[in-house]
Design a protein around this ligand. Structure first.
Ligand SMILES: *Cc1c(COP(=O)(O)O)cnc(C)c1O
Length: 426
């Protein structure tokens, strides 16, 4: 037989776990322990030399288990499995998506550096970048949606800080509008602005698509980040995050994680190992459902606009980016209900099967109002630029029967009253 390479979904049940080390248990137990017994003092010394980078690893030498803030079998097996989807050299898992994102930003940005970011971004990331980073002397420059790579290049050049550029951070598709950014184009910009002693990093939040429908590292990104709370966890029962990249960048992130102490717990890592077994199945069903739901919404006369990757018009620049970097449209749909906040709320309040809650990517469908919920902290002017309007509703499609979801949206739309007069939309 010819050698055969298994797909990630075939390896999610077994990769990186040795049953013989756990009494033959088919499933990895939860290693609910703070510390690990060394066989000898010499072994403990050797493990610390590696963990603290005091010397390079010898050929075939592995970092032994020391202490659960540094490593733990559940955490390590989870990291090894996540590497398979993105074909990454290394991964670090965190206690939340925000801890993954903030650790990356803190490790690679120093006072005086410039961070360029695309908008919109997840509300928490937006807050950290616009409110925390400037307080420690990091300059930040936001790029509005639908800017070409050339526009971004000009904005960086005109900032007068191009020689201080340390990172370009993007979220694509962006939460909550599904706006796309050309990952390869941005990675080329990072390259262009790098100097021999200063590599500009490209970091991509891939929460909406990943790790199934988009692989940013393939397009030249240096770091890919996830809120594992969303699709990777997929059951709305945990909070976690992940970062993947080369061994070189990941070793810096892992050292900072060790000292911030924001690594994932053995129990949460174990839950994610279980989630990973069905990740592809879930995301496939969610995406199939979303395509049907989006077509339904697109035809509905109480819906003014549907932002869904599966409905992008051929020939547009967004469509070209979609075709280049995404393999499916995913399961996040954002709509504008005809009218204003009142109509959006009538729709949300009328839902029965779909739950009114923030978060996304879980097995159950969820809907929320970005303007007053996930993106409430953003100023009205910024919201207008990001195309988050009073009538915008974000829907995360779950694994339910598609016709049941459509029935629910249909009956909730019946409860939406026609707007009385012309309302000012942003
Ligand atoms: C939810 C989310 C985050 C934050 O993740 P937490 O797990 O809630 O900390 C970051 N980015 C995106 C795109 C998200 O949707």
């Amino acid at each position: 037989m010819k050698p055969h390479e298994f797909q990630p979904e075939s390896l999610m049940m077994t990769h990186g776990y040795k049953p013989e080390l756990s009494e033959g248990a088919i499933k990895c137990p939860i290693f609910q322990t703070s510390t690990f017994v060394f066989k000898t003092a010499e072994e403990g010394k050797a493990f610390f030399e590696i963990a603290y980078g005091l010397r390079d690893k010898k050929p075939k030498e592995e970092l032994g288990l020391i202490y659960s803030r540094i490593n733990n079998p559940n955490l390590e097996i989870l990291e090894n499995r996540l590497c398979l989807w993105d074909k990454a050299e290394d991964c670090a898992v965190f206690e939340s998506g925000m801890s993954a994102i903030s650790t990356v930003l803190l490790e690679f940005l120093k006072p005086g550096d410039l961070l360029v970011f695309t908008s919109p971004l997840y509300g928490g990331t937006d807050h950290f970048i616009n409110h925390f980073l400037p307080s420690i002397g990091v300059d930040v420059l936001g790029i509005e949606p639908n800017q070409t790579i050339n526009d971004i290049k000009t904005a960086i050049a005109e900032s007068g800080k191009a020689d201080k550029l340390a990172m370009i951070y993007l979220e694509t598709p962006a939460n909550p509008t599904n706006a796309l950014v050309d990952i390869e184009g941005v990675a080329e910009l990072s390259e262009y602005f790098s100097a021999s002693d200063r590599k500009v990093l490209t970091a991509v939040d891939n929460t909406y698509m990943g790790p199934i429908w988009q692989h940013p590292l393939e397009f030249g990104a240096d770091l890919v980040l996830y809120s594992a709370t969303k699709y990777i966890g997929g059951h709305s029962d945990l909070i976690a995050g992940a970062v993947l990249g080369s061994k070189e960048v990941m070793s810096r992130i892992k050292v900072l994680r060790t000292f911030l102490g924001n690594m994932i717990s053995p129990n949460t890592a174990w839950l994610l190992l279980r989630s990973l077994e069905t990740l592809k199945v879930r995301m496939t069903q969610q995406t199939n459902n979303a395509q049907k739901v989006a077509s339904f919404l697109n035809e509905h006369d109480k819906i003014e606009r549907v932002n869904y990757l599966g409905l992008l018009e051929e020939g547009t620049s967004q469509y070209k980016i979609y075709k280049k970097q995404c393999s499916a449209p995913g399961a996040m749909i954002t709509v504008n209900v005809k009218g204003g906040e009142q109509q959006a709320f009538e729709f949300l309040n009328g839902l029965k099967l779909v739950k009114l809650a923030v978060s996304l990517g879980g097995t159950e469908s969820l809907a929320q109002h970005p303007g007053t919920m996930t993106h409430a902290g953003i100023s009205p002017e910024e919201k207008a630029k990001m195309e988050i309007s009073e009538n915008t509703v974000r829907i995360s499609i779950g694994v339910e029967d598609a016709q049941d979801i459509i029935w629910d949206l249909q009956q909730a739309l019946v409860l939406v009253n026609e707007p009385k007069k012309e309302l000012a939309y942003s």
